[in-house]
Design a protein around this ligand. Sequence first.
Ligand code: BG6
Length: 485
Amino acid sequence: RAPDCTLVIFGGGGDLTKRLLVPSLYDLAAMDVLSRKFRIVVVDRTEMTPEAWSAHLFDEISAFAKDKAGEFAHGRLDKSVWQKMMKNVEFLAGDITEPEIYQRVAGSLGNDSAIFYFAVAAQFFGTILKSLGKAKLFEEDGFFRRVIIEKPFGHNLASAKALNKVALAHAREDQIYRIDHFFGKEAVQSMMAIRFANTLFEPLWRQEYIDHVQITAAETIGVEKRGKFYEGTGALRDMVPNHLFVLLSITGMAPPSSLAAEVVRSEKTRLLDAIRPIKVKDFVVAQYRAGKIGGEKRLAYRSEPNVDPKSDVETYAALKLHIDNWRWAGVPFYLRTGKRLAARKTEVAVVFKKTPYQLFKQGSADSMPNVIRFQLDPIRGLAMHFMVKEPGLEEVATPVQNTFRYDDFFKSRANVGYEALLYDCMHGDQMLFQSAATIEAGWAALEGVNPPKNRKLCFYAAGDQGPKEADQLLERDGRSWLPLI
Ligand code: BG6
């Protein structure tokens, strides 16, 4: 069970609270792991009673859970679980840019342990951090005070450094939890277990045997109602230094000597620090035009609500990078992410070299005989591609695939993705959170291509595999992307 604590939500009326935070808290309540004294303090501009806030969220989340059938860990919302989670809510209406609200938060907390959660636009992160500091809300005396900061953590190296500086001027590193929901995905967490709890993989996990790695986060959704946010962010900043680099660091890190947060985090940072600065020639940005997905017509990005009709913001980014260390020298990592693509797929594919000598006739022209695919979303599992002899009289080798699926093997349902992260924060475990150094190493690698605005913008139709320029990025190395299906 988690220790006693109060969760202070800045921006309790926002989208993030509804989509991720409260559904995950609900799952923790359903697992009965929240402390009996668990309390929520909501800070928001618009005045509401705690009852109205709770009732509004109940309705919204019920509708949302229905839409996303299967994604909600406990199916239909159970009123008694909900009430248990919401039994102690306080609502403080006020302006987060004014000192007064922080005095009221301090008054409400007294000597309670607390987690401050920022569910507001990134431009307010610095202001809230400073104000919490000035109101002495990070001071601990037999109780803890922690802060969870959402992505995007800065928009380039300088801004991330500046935000880290503000945070560290008011709180210690061990009080700061920089969250990335990809770390909350069960199948992402399991990548470490697959790599380091088996003998099978680690001996092969190096340049002698691996040809290249493909990291994909492809979505079929467009920008939905987030045009305003997306216009100021774009695919590179929204996905690459955070989500894709989370996958990159888990794929490429050296085995840590323990699961202590500082040990694991420093291995991840070491990996990101070894990325050779990415060059413009290895970088593609593109935007979706109108098209069709699953037979349904989809608008062009420029026709989406709150998007400039002449926008040059990218909805797709692909890049090739190199990691300059002993293990990965000469192994390219190809990363791609985009909206409105042919299929939803989050995956890391580790493609092995061909055998040094071809003993068998090849049954198909498959150029990737051995691939290990960490399937992260929406399918969660591990697929291995290897060659077998094709039945028949000839000595022909042909590729087959063996797949493990979490949902076939384990009874537990999919979770929202924040449960483990919130629970770990309550317990003071930072292993699944980003350190200041990890964040800065990620942005540093991208300095040569960020901002992406002065790059040539390419285009793809909604429902495509991506722009042809991203295919060329691999073709020029004699390789190709695994198809999005
Ligand atoms: C968010 C991005 O952080 O991650 C979104 O802001 C993106 O643009 C989302 O859609 C992807 O997460 P998931 O878990 O749905 O793959």
